[in-house]
Design a protein around this ligand. Structure first.
Ligand code: AMP
Length: 229
């Protein structure tokens, strides 16, 4: 089993548009841990108009990264939540080597570690098109693609019936910057976890079910089922 204790963490790494959010919810449910998505938390702050939200918005609107210390503190706070008793699955964090180092350090201080850093690999050429066609549910954050993964309920969410919308930062000009920022700042994070031995690669170009199966195996859920059998 991959996750057993508070401050044990699984990371889901990959470019924006690689399908992390869609998969992360299901995998976190199967692991029985909270799905902590930095982007969702930041959008929550923006919606509520908090001080952090007002600061973050100026970066998010341009597709730039919110400063490291702000995001790192926001994420580390989540490890103390009562639901995080058996760890958390982090999605969208860390996005810079400095965030990764800060996370490793803070986890080590608390007797935990990154138990697996799962990298959902996707050719960068596909990313702009995938993001620019993306639709998100306002209520439950489920993610669809106008062409590749349309909602079975048309313009409503197939999970909860909520309204689907295009994120403002999924506009083509902002998307191009987000992909450039990913290549410059976040690809080195993959190398960071490759060097530490925590990295597990999953081919993100396969269909949703195949990716889910590969992810389950990468986070040790198959072993769990075998052990229970
Ligand atoms: P996402 O929903 O993960 O695509 O994130 C949306 C936006 O939130 C990003 O384009 C960044 O502006 C910001 N953001 C999310 N996670 C991070 C992070 N780990 N570090 C810095 N900025 C972030």
């Amino acid at each position: 089993m991959v996750l057993q204790a508070r401050n044990d963490v699984v990371l889901l790494l990959g470019a924006p548009g690689a399908g992390k959010g869609t998969q992360a919810r299901v995998i976190a449910d199967s692991l029985g841990v909270p799905h902590v998505a930095s982007g969702d938390l930041l959008r929550g702050h923006v919606r509520r108009g908090t001080e952090l939200g007002q600061l973050a918005k100026t970066y998010m609107d341009r597709g730039d990264l919110v400063p490291d210390p702000v995001v790192t503190d926001m994420i580390v706070e989540q490890l103390d939540r009562p639901e995080a008793l058996r760890g958390v699955l982090l999605d969208g964090f860390p996005r810079t080597v400095s965030q990764a180092e800060a996370l490793d350090e803070r986890l080590a201080d608390r007797g935990g570690a990154v138990r697996a850093a799962v990298y959902l690999e996707m050719p960068t050429a596909d990313l702009v098109e995938r993001l620019a066609g993306r639709l998100i549910c306002r209520k439950c954050s489920a993610s669809y693609h106008q062409v590749h993964n349309p909602s079975p309920s048309g313009s409503a969410c197939g999970v909860c019936g909520g309204e689907l919308y295009q994120r403002p930062d999924d506009r083509r000009d902002v998307v191009e910057n987000r992909v450039a920022v990913y290549m410059r700042d976040t690809l080195p994070v993959i190398q960071h976890y490759e060097a530490s031995g925590a990295l597990r690669r999953v081919d993100g170009t396969k269909d949703i079910e195949q990716v889910r199966t590969a992810l389950r195996s990468a986070v040790g859920l198959d072993d769990l089922v075998l052990a229970a059998a």
